[in-house]
Design a protein around this ligand. Structure first.
Ligand SMILES: Cc1cc2nc3c(=O)[nH]c(=O)nc-3n(C[C@H](O)[C@H](O)[C@H](O)COP(=O)(O)O)c2cc1C
Length: 446
């Protein structure tokens, strides 16, 4: 098989949504989420195993009930800039909200990361899940879906325009002729759109990848449309084999319908492998982790997060699930709709709905190394993903995967045995975009 699997690493720090007990794990330092050495060491281990990228998720709203990792974590671009100077090959993908950032700022920050890392930067475009973020940015209300995703599309278009401000050879820096800049190779964008007015140019030359890689996360109709239009990578939830397969086919089809090559959008599903000496041992460990994470109050708070950080703790837990759909209209509407639908269909109380957040679901990638490699191969061959965004309970679990599963994937020709290139684009098999101005100057076939 010539298609290769891509692997990214999503660090949990002291524990994100659902990993309520992770911070108590004796092997997890209590300051992991803010310790740059934790990220550097993980990135180096992942790079040693030839992973494509380190993937940093983010949010900008909390209250005291939020997951431990969310309460106290580093800003992604700052974090990744530090990791860049301690790694050489691994891609560095950071999450940043198009809702609560200006395009000029994002273009500059991700362009800088691409320079610092020698062409390894990626931007995971999100529109922000937490409605309360608005009040950290001077807005009374979180923007609605249409506005958020409209803004996201325009932001990516503007940012790509800004990344083209300079052509590749804009700086002759010719001392003899006294020419630092060739002004013909500098272009202002002069963009006026529905959401942004940006003149440009950006004060940063084209970076090693031409443009950092655009990722996207968000599974609504609007999110899928955005992905098909502009994304080169996706952080997708995964879920069941059938869900992942349907999502994959849908995105590839939408991307082709948008006039793009469907190979140029790499779909990464979330995966949490647990690898042990035998299947039974791995399954036992999965059950143990479930027990470590079981916490009803934390599950109730997590349920509230889907409804704009709504506090459900004062409700009658045994009454039918309350009518709170309107609270999710602007935030996590897609996930909330699924919760409400299930509550209605099964006649669940609030307590039962919160418990569904805490149900034992065995990850598909649990078992002895052979079993996990077999499952990965089967899912990959069936068209459920191009890559997996891997999250591990702790560093030892990452090492078990690297030592046990990665060599099997390599033996089967499913995973690289050396990096294809020096940039994230090369490793993902994505083209380096030519500057629009250079292209216009030298049209194909001219
Ligand atoms: C796998 C996955 C990862 C996500 N990661 C983030 C994240 O790190 N930060 C964030 O603000 N939103 C994240 N999102 C949320 C989306 O940006 C989006 O705002 C939210 O899911 C609501 O939009 P949707 O209904 O289109 O999914 C993620 C979504 C998915 C599916």
């Amino acid at each position: 098989m010539s298609r290769k699997i891509h692997l990214a690493l999503h660090p949990y720090g002291v524990g994100g949504p659902g990993q309520h007990g992770l911070w108590k794990d004796p092997s997890v330092a209590k300051n992991s989420s803010t310790d740059i050495n934790y990220y550097i060491q993980l990135a180096q281990a992942a790079e040693h195993a030839l992973f494509d990228a380190l993937f940093i998720v983010d949010s900008q709203f909390i209250n005291a009930t939020y997951p431990a990792h969310y309460l106290n974590r580093l800003e992604p671009l700052t974090l990744l800039s530090a990791v860049a100077t301690h790694t050489r090959h691994i891609g560095l993908v950071g999450t940043a909200s198009s809702t609560y950032n200006s395009p000029f700022n994002l273009a500059r920050r991700f362009g800088s990361l691409d320079h610092i890392s020698g062409g390894r930067a990626g931007w995971n475009v999100v529109t922000s899940f937490d409605t309360g973020t608005s009040r950290n940015y001077g807005l009374e209300e979180h923007l609605d879906y249409a506005t958020r995703y409209g803004r996201a599309l325009e932001a990516v278009q503007v940012i790509r325009g800004l990344w083209d401000s300079y052509e590749d050879d804009a700086f002759p820096a010719d001392v003899e002729r006294g020419v630092f800049l060739d002004p013909e190779k500098l272009h202002a964008l002069n963009h006026t759109g529905e959401h942004f007015r940006v003149d440009g140019p950006l004060n940063l030359s084209r970076s090693p990848q031409g443009q950092p890689v655009i990722f996207q996360a968000g599974v609504s109709e609007e999110g899928r449309t955005l992905a098909a239009q502009v994304a080169e990578g996706i952080y997708a939830p995964g879920g069941s084999f059938e869900d992942a397969k349907a999502y994959y086919a849908d995105i590839k089809q939408r991307t082709a319908a948008a006039g793009r090559n469907p190979d140029h959008i790499k779909i990464f599903i979330h995966g949490g492998p647990i690898v042990r000496g035998s299947d039974a041992e791995a399954q036992r460990r999965a059950r143990e982790i479930f027990d470590e994470d079981s916490d009803f109050a934390a599950s109730l708070a997590l349920l509230g997060r889907a409804f704009g950080a709504h506090d459900f703790s004062g409700y009658d837990l045994d009454a039918p699930f309350p009518d709170v759909a309107h609270l999710a209209e602007r935030g996590g509407r897609t996930g909330a709709a699924r919760i409400i639908e299930r509550a209605r269909a099964e006649g669940l109380s609030l307590r039962q709905v919160a418990q569904t957040f805490n149900e034992f679901r065995l990850s598909p990638f649990v078992g002895a190394p052979d079993t996990v490699a077999d499952t990965i191969e089967r899912w990959f061959a069936a068209g459920t993903f191009d890559g997996i965004n891997l999250a591990f309970r702790n560093t030892e679990d990452l090492e078990r995967f690297i030592d046990g599963v990665v060599p099997l994937l390599q033996q089967r020709g499913l995973f690289r045995t050396e990096y294809e290139g020096t940039t994230l684009r090369e490793n993902l098999g994505l083209p380096i975009p030519v500057s629009r101005y250079t292209r216009d100057r030298n049209p194909v076939g001219a």
